[in-house]
Design a protein around this ligand. Structure first.
Ligand code: NAD
Length: 526
């Protein structure tokens, strides 16, 4: 996941030689934190129904800075009792919120954006340190979250509240009202915690729903801190108490309690496929609607006629941004056999030139992975690929000098059926395969259980048109890196999810229809 802002990042990088892809458009000030106040571990609470309070249990979650391993803060390990309290508040607040004018709801979203902007540097610093995210990228995420609230605030006066359908009876009107679904639960992942939280809150609130968000247990700090800022702000335009809650805790306890509650009308979850399946099963008990944005295994096809510099820059930006820990990132490359050698030598040179370091290091492209678990997962997948015959063109192992760091890696001599080609790696690792014909390329690209994003590099418009028809993915990028726009529609096929987010169609996820037939007496008034 990511968006226009990451496109800005990638486009800026794409004007440079691949070896200089250091997101160099970040200013020195953006790269460096301006204060170290937050290094003193914040001990945060939860926002339950608009009240900033402790959990019903004293248990808490320690959060580490993945680039050092140091403890940088704690959040409550929320309980099912916290989940139910937040849901009861959401249920109670929803009717009045739905009766509030859409314009006023839009103003509330603008107020949420104002609070983010007023604290943008502090939030970005905390985000960079809890996530091992390049400081400039963390700042872009915070700024884009504010932009996201403003974007959906703009929809308040634009989205259609219904339509009038012609009746077979001339004395009847059929009104189709678009109404809020009710109470929404947003379950968030660790990789873009603040942006995804904005994705869960903005379209739901603007359409008159109330929301309970659960942050990831891996990176809960910045979301919790933002919730505190909203809760304690005196901006009168902010959404009233009860309309939103931000709770922290484990998926297996507080998350499971949220998604299985009969008080919930829609669960919007972003995360892994296994968790998506568990949530879908749980939601089935009460026929709760689900909207699931799950993992990906995006192919990039590099055709014989491709602009190779562009292809290398696009693939590199997509794989290296946030160390490849993005669902839409290019995860496997199919290159035409006639250009394999030249493409590979450029790609390997670019990957070897990537600078991996700490979030505020000068000129750093990406950092170590988010956790020991993630490093172990990536290392295990690469080791198994190599044991199965893969050739390491560069990288291939953890980095001794970067905490949880894994070297940018290119693998060849892999087979389509290999784990490394079929399963999501979520790290800076690229398997490269070849193809002879376009039929073969499209077939290999679509041979996957995932269906989130895909890309193709070609200078032939006919091939691009064919790709549009044959690549069965939620998104396809032609001659550009894999990053989506907030006004688009981010939705996966196959096991990458159901439903989607962003733009007009993302907003409609939060609306139900109510059809009312009104017959008048044709003789009345005569
Ligand atoms: P995850 O599935 O481990 O966790 C996601 C969230 O689900 C967490 O908040 C977790 O606590 C919660 N959860 C876990 N079990 C639960 C349960 N039984 N009931 C309710 N909630 C539960 O995913 P992650 O490791 O945080 O994120 C990485 C994954 O997310 C990757 O697969 C990535 O591709 C995917 N992702 C997808 C998108 C997208 O837009 N499609 C965006 C970002 C990340």
């Amino acid at each position: 996941m990511s968006s226009l802002w990451l496109r800005k990042v990638a486009l800026a990088g794409a004007t440079l030689a691949p070896s200089a892809l250091a997101f160099s458009h970040y200013t020195a000030a953006e790269r460096k934190p301006t204060t170290t106040a937050l290094r003193a571990a914040p001990k945060l609470k939860q926002c339950v129904g608009g009240v900033w309070r402790e959990s019903s249990s004293p248990a808490h979650i320690d959060v580490e800075d993945p680039s050092t391993g140091a403890l940088i803060g704690t959040v409550p390990e929320g309980t099912p009792a916290d989940a139910h309290a937040a849901l009861r508040a959401a249920k109670a607040a929803q009717p009045a919120w739905a009766r509030t004018s859409a314009a006023a709801r839009g103003e509330a979203l603008k107020a949420m954006a104002r609070v983010i902007r007023a604290n943008r540097v502090e939030l970005a610093e905390l985000l960079a340190s809890e996530q091992a995210k390049v400081a400039g990228l963390a700042q872009v995420e915070i700024d884009f979250a504010a932009e996201y609230f403003d974007y959906y605030a703009g929809w308040a006066r634009i989205y259609e509240a219904g339509e009038i359908i012609s009746s077979d009876d001339p004395n009847e009107h059929i009104y189709l009202h678009k109404i809020p679904i009710g109470v929404s639960v947003g379950i968030c992942p660790w990789n873009f915690p603040v942006f995804v939280m904005a994705r869960k809150l903005a379209p739901a609130l603007v359409t008159g729903n109330t929301v309970v968000v659960k942050t990831s247990e891996v990176t809960p700090l910045t979301c919790a801190r933002l919730a505190q800022l909203w809760t304690e702000s005196d901006d009168a335009a902010l959404p009233p108490p009860g309309t939103y809650s931000v709770i922290t805790g484990l998926g297996s306890t507080v998350g499971a309690a949220l998604v299985s509650s009969p008080l919930v009308d829609i669960v919007s979850m972003t995360g892994s496929v296994p968790t998506g399946k568990a949530i879908m099963k749980s939601a089935a008990e009460h026929m709760t609607k689900v909207s699931l944005e799950l993992g990906g295994k995006a192919p990039a096809i590099v055709c014989a006629d491709a602009d190779l510099e562009l292809a290398v820059k696009g693939v590199l930006a997509s794989r290296i941004t946030y160390s490849g820990q993005i669902c839409i990132s290019c995860e496997r490359v199919y290159v035409h056999e006639s250009i394999k050698d030249v493409f590979l030598s450029k790609l390997v040179a670019a990957m070897e030139a990537v600078k991996v370091g700490a979030p505020t290091d000068e000129g750093v492209d990406c950092c170590g992975l988010v956790s020991a678990f993630q490093l172990e997962k990536v290392t295990g997948m690469v080791d198994r690929a190599v044991a199965g015959g893969a050739k390491v063109e560069c990288g291939g192992a953890p980095l001794a000098n970067v905490h949880y760091g894994f070297a940018p890696t290119v693998l060849t001599n892999v087979k389509q059926s290999d784990e490394i080609v079929q399963e999501e790696v979520f790290g800076p690792v690229l398997p490269v395969l070849t193809f002879k014909t376009l039929d073969e390329a499209f077939g290999l690209a679509c041979d996957t259980k995932f269906g989130l994003t895909s890309s193709i590099y070609t200078t032939n418009v006919d091939i691009a048109e064919r790709a549009k028809n044959e690549l069965r993915f939620g998104e396809t990028y032609v001659n550009r890196e894999n990053f989506e726009a907030l006004q688009g529609f981010h939705a996966g096929m196959r096991q990458s999810g159901v439903g989607g987010t962003d733009g007009k169609h993302g907003l409609e996820e939060y609306l139900a229809s109510h059809v009312v037939y009104v017959r008048r007496d044709p003789n009345a008034g005569n």
